[in-house]
Design a protein around this ligand. Structure first.
Ligand SMILES: *Cc1c(COP(=O)(O)O)cnc(C)c1O
Length: 464
């Protein structure tokens, strides 16, 4: 132990008044800097006491270390993550990433005032609903539209405003849990609707609905898209068209919770016959609800469209205020929807659509270019190969629909796969891939060019 060295250790208040740390106070909270400075000094003191430190760093160097430590401590908890899983609508990683225009629209709406509820033509109070409802109507052909906080809210508002106290028939095969304890039977009970179960788990016929109307007095027919699971084998469900025809016969409205609705049938290249809003509206459903951040590729939002009288009743319901959409979401939603005026443009400019639309051949070329860059940088430190693979859409969307892809596989030489996975996850911008068949797998589908460069940098540092 070096007593003289201990005495040379700068005092806290001296360290804190050194220029770099004073300047850092304009950017970081004082308590965080003080905490970090104390930790640096404690570390040095311990090192001197156990003999591992025999010379002190310059005070400026010490100050810089404290600033770096304080900055790390003040880093936001919600952070950007590089998604190398290839799962486009990854529920745990924020579902649909926004496109550049939508992100810019959020930024603009966030940093100043806006005409959120101000009518610029007339110079008086306007409506929050006015920004997207006409656009959604013109895109979908519906009479009325309403955007709320998320689709769970849209469904609950629909049931509360239109089905409270009424008997609602739904197939036993559609009494699903959507996730996070959002279960159709419980949501119906909460909304005040009375559930009439129809058919069986695997098979429901039109005659089952007819009986529910004639014998049990059903006043509404509800169809819920079983977004997050697939029933295969001996199954039958009634199409929206047939339900609507039956509803017309008895003057009973048909509501449809579509969940992950793509707007158009031709929208998602490479993903065959998923459920679409277009189909549901064409079939004649009276109200259709769907998510903004699933296949639509926008922000978290719920959209309800349908007959004007129903949508108006939903807007007037007191619960509408509880689930109302905020200005940032509205900005992102409008910017995303604008692209849908041209389907080809939407397919290119909405990230969810362009990622889902990437073909295996395109992904093979990207995987090979990525693998070449990795091999060049990592050399003998890691074996890099590519291989065909099958991915998934994610976000409880289109289960069982295989997404043909081409992946990059890593087999590091001096590092276990678990250690590699952990180190990538701990990287400055965390990188999340997956381990499979003794390889660390990266899917280029969900990676931008910049993400790829960051991964090369990370692997180069981690496998040093
Ligand atoms: C995802 C989903 C919901 C919930 O939508 P959120 O936007 O997550 O609130 C409701 N119904 C169905 C059928 C869904 O797939």
């Amino acid at each position: 132990m070096d007593k003289a060295l201990l005495q040379q250790l700068p005092k806290m208040d001296v360290l804190l008044t050194c220029p770099a740390l004073v300047e850092a106070q304009s950017e970081l909270p004082y308590h965080a800097l003080k905490e970090a400075a104390r930790a640096q000094l404690d570390g040095l003191r311990r090192g001197i006491l156990d003999g591992s430190i025999t010379a002190l760093p310059e005070t400026a160097v010490l100050a810089q270390a404290a600033i770096t430590q304080a900055r790390a401590a003040c880093r936001p908890h919600l952070r950007r993550v590089i998604n190398a899983t290839g799962v486009v609508l990854h529920t745990n990683m924020g579902r649909a990433p926004l496109g550049e225009e939508a992100a810019k629209a959020v930024y603009e709406a966030a940093r100043g005032y806006s005409n959120l509820e101000y009518n610029l033509d007339e110079g008086r109070r306007g409506s929050r609903f006015s920004h997207v409802d006409k656009l959604i109507c013109s895109l979908t052909g519906a009479e009325g539209a309403l955007a709320v906080n998320n689709n769970a809210a849209a469904v609950f508002l629909m049931l509360s405003a239109l089905a409270a106290g009424k008997k609602v028939a739904i197939s036993r095969g559609e009494l699903v849990e959507i996730g996070g304890s959002f279960r159709v039977p419980e949501i119906m009970a909460r909304s005040g609707a009375h559930l009439i179960e129809v058919g069986t788990t695997n098979k429901t016929h039109l005659s089952d609905y007819r009986r529910a109307i004639e014998e049990q007095g059903a006043e509404i027919l509800l169809k819920v898209h079983t977004s997050n699971f697939k029933l295969i084998g001996f199954t039958e469900e009634v199409s929206t068209e047939d339900l609507v025809a039956l509803g017309k016969e008895y003057s009973v409205p048909v509501f449809h919770d579509l969940g992950s609705g793509a707007l158009f049938t031709d929208q998602v290249l490479g993903v065959p016959d998923g459920p679409t809003v277009e189909d549901s509206v064409k079939a004649g459903a009276d109200v259709v609800c769907f998510s903004g951040d699933k296949l639509l590729g926008g922000p978290q939002a719920g959209i309800a469209i349908g007959k004007k009288e129903y949508i108006e009743a939903m807007k007037k319901n007191q619960f509408a205020r509880v689930v109302r959409i905020d200005k940032l979401t509205l900005a992102a939603l409008e910017a995303t929807l604008r692209f849908y005026e041209d389907h080809a443009l939407a397919a290119r400019r909405i990230p969810t659509l362009s990622m889902l639309g990437a073909t295996r051949e395109e992904l093979r070329l990207r995987a090979e270019a990525f693998a070449a860059a990795l091999t060049e940088k990592l050399g003998a430190r890691c074996t890099v190969t590519t291989a065909p693979d099958t991915g998934e859409v994610g976000g409880g969307s289109l289960p069982g629909v295989p997404l043909p892809t081409w992946v990059v596989e890593l087999a590091p030489v001096n590092c276990s796969l678990d250690a590699l996975e952990k180190a990538l996850r701990a990287w400055e911008t965390p990188i999340v891939g997956r381990i499979r068949h003794e390889k660390y797998v990266l899917d280029p589908r969900t990676l931008t060019h910049e993400d790829g460069e960051e991964i090369v940098r990370a692997l180069d540092a981690i496998l040093k």
